[in-house]
Design a protein around this ligand. Structure first.
Ligand SMILES: Nc1ncnc2c1ncn2[C@@H]1O[C@H](COP(=O)(O)OS(=O)(=O)O)[C@@H](OP(=O)(O)O)[C@H]1O
Length: 576
């Protein structure tokens, strides 16, 4: 199998060949490419005609009035009969010429230094030099990409979720000349004036070295299907630079004529690649903008000399390093109430990072009495997380999920308040009758390692469920089932039954909101840590029902719940 370098060399050679054989045409002028064509990477749809239909629905076949006659059901649903897809991959619009604009001003603004090899210090610093950008503008670094030697001048940038749009001094300070130089481009795109400019979330100039290929790929990240991607060749030779875009595989890409001043939009969910066989650096302006009405949380003007650091998942201001403490959240229980699932679901979010271990038990059986100060305790606790790495990614969070904390909440909560008062708590609850059986089945099960069995406890092994509950009811009666008010700590309390009733996605969205994470669609909704086992007899169920009744009543009164059935009613009576 070819190494990545060999594969890039292959594509570079192939591109050179295609430069003389592939038609070099400007994309059709079909106007703005609707974001509805960007619902998924084209690659993921190309093998399944049905999936194309599902994703693109009736877009390609709608009548002028927006209705369609495809024989779909009246309620808009589709009965899944084997109808042909309404659009094939080739028909999905991937490139569009939006206009041709004079590049004279922009070209003269950025020409100086665009073609100085990155390894050489320029005779006179220019806007392409990091030294100049880090003094006069904002340096945006992405370690993995910067190694390719592509130079950039960044005017606007945003995070992957388009929560914050950063404006750079060379953009908002009109004296830099950029606003004036790109005016024609923005007007062509319908982005002129203040309202239009506010829809732009990324704008940069990129200078690509000669004899280089960016292999075919599609863009990924939450921003992709929320934005229109525009390229404008500024300094180039369209006969020597091969830019291809379209479809879901290498062979489906079509050549885009990249002549200077052609403002073209591309569907960056489609495969695209570029090879520079020119003997000079190639400069493109690259711009992403959102549809009208898209809500952005904030636009922030960054000061001269600031630095933005980008990783695959995050974008952070260097001056915010260390701003977020670890961990940000604790899932404190209850045992067997879906805590593993909740932890795994949260960690599917691109801005969430798993700890070194899921159940730290730091606040219960790993508690270190010998550590006398909060600082010492925190330093010890941080060893369970990627605390140092996360200092440089304050937009990302991490957490601890130790379900036994709830059982020992009288000891745990004061410790939590002392060591990390900022953490947000998540409590998963479950009908105590079903929870009890699940717990019993786990403890008495033969699966797992010896160490796991030891941690689960040996006391119930060899006893029937009925014998165990008799013992436990006496204990619970003595201890009581509800602890003290935890005071100011921020709680999210959910019942596991809701994950079934309203669906995992809705339940997890509640957790994302609680943690201040932007919405995200979880990819894997499967139940974790589940076990198949026989149920309990009716008599035992009735006995437990009676035992728990007064505690249930107290809990429901406190949380505004009607019962244990999944009804989607969250704490305070709010519906999920
Ligand atoms: N999404 C979803 N829907 C329904 N049920 C779910 C879901 N996720 C987890 N579960 C059930 O939760 C039980 C495991 O809970 P925990 O992970 O908290 O267990 S543990 O305390 O960490 O051992 C375990 O219950 P049992 O199978 O009855 O043992 C899981 O099946």
């Amino acid at each position: 199998m070819a190494t990545p370098k060999e594969e890039i060399d292959r594509q570079h050679g192939e591109a050179k060949r295609l430069l003389s054989t592939m038609p070099n045409l400007g994309p059709p002028e079909i106007g703005e490419i609707s974001l509805s064509y960007k619902v998924a990477p084209l690659e993921s749809l190309q093998t399944k005609a049905g999936a194309v239909k599902e994703a693109w629905g009736n877009i390609g076949d709608s009548n002028d009035d927006g209705s369609n006659d495809d024989g779909g059901n009246d309620d808009g649903s589709n009965d899944g009969n084997s109808k042909e897809p309404l659009m094939s991959i080739d028909e999905i619009p991937c490139t569009s010429t939006r206009g041709i604009v004079d590049m004279t001003k922009l070209k003269s603004l950025v020409r100086a230094g665009h073609d100085t090899p990155i390894t050489k210090s320029p005779a006179k610093p220019t806007m392409w030099d990091e030294a100049m950008a880090s003094k006069e503008n904002v340096l945006v670094t992405r370690r993995s990409h910067d190694a390719w030697g592509i130079k950039k001048i960044v005017l606007m940038f945003c995070d992957d979720f388009i929560q914050t749009i950063y404006e750079m001094p060379w953009w908002y300070d009109e004296a830099s000349g950029f606003k004036e130089a790109v005016r024609g481009i923005l007007e062509t795109l319908g982005l002129g004036g203040e309202g239009g400019e506010k829809r732009i979330c990324r704008m940069l100039l990129a200078s690509m070295p000669p004899d280089m290929t960016i292999p075919f790929h599609h863009d990924t990240g939450e921003w992709v299907n929320k934005t229109h991607r525009v390229h404008v060749p500024v300094i180039t030779d369209h006969t020597k630079v091969l830019f291809r875009c379209g479809g879901g595989s290498e062979g489906q890409m079509k050549r885009v004529k990249c002549d200077e001043g052609r403002v073209f939009e591309m569907n960056n969910q489609a495969k695209h690649a570029v090879s520079n066989h020119w003997d000079s650096y190639r400069v493109h302006l690259i711009l992403d903008y959102v549809d009208e009405g898209f809500k952005v949380n904030e636009r922030v003007r960054l000061g001269k000399g600031e630095e933005l650091v980008q990783t695959r998942r995050s974008i952070d201001r260097k001056k915010d390093y260390g701003k977020r403490e670890t961990p940000s959240y604790l899932i404190i229980g209850a045992q067997k109430a879906g805590t593993t699932s909740m932890y795994e679901y949260i960690n599917q979010h691109p801005l969430s990072v798993k700890g070194r271990r899921r159940e730290t038990h730091f606040f219960d059986w790993r508690w270190q009495d010998n550590l006398k100060t909060k600082k010492e305790q925190k330093e010890f606790y941080d060893k369970f997380f990627f605390a140092n790495e996360l200092k440089q990614c304050p937009s990302c969070l991490t957490g601890d999920s130790t379900p036994s904390y709830l059982l020992h909440s009288d000891i745990v909560i004061p410790r939590v308040k002392d060591v990390c008062p900022w953490v947000k708590l998540i409590v998963m609850l479950r009908n105590p009758i079903d929870r009890a059986l699940s717990h019993y089945r786990m403890v008495t099960s033969d699966d797992g390692t010896d160490a796991q069995k030891k941690i689960r406890g040996m006391a119930w092994r060899g006893l029937t469920f009925e014998q165990v509950i008799e013992m436990e009811m006496v204990e619970m009666e003595k201890k009581g089932l509800m602890g003290e008010d935890a005071g100011e700590q921020e709680f999210l309390i959910m019942k596991m039954e809701d994950m079934k009733a309203v669906g995992v996605q809705k339940a997890v969205e509640k957790a994302f909101k609680h943690l201040g994470l932007p919405d995200y669609k979880v990819q894997d909704e499967g139940a974790k840590n589940s076990r198949a086992y026989d149920g309990m007899n009716e008599e035992t169920r009735e006995k437990l029902k009676e035992f728990y009744a007064r505690w249930d009543e107290k809990l429901f009164g406190l949380l505004g719940w009607a019962g244990w059935d999944g009804d989607g009613i969250s704490i305070g009576g709010e519906r999920l």
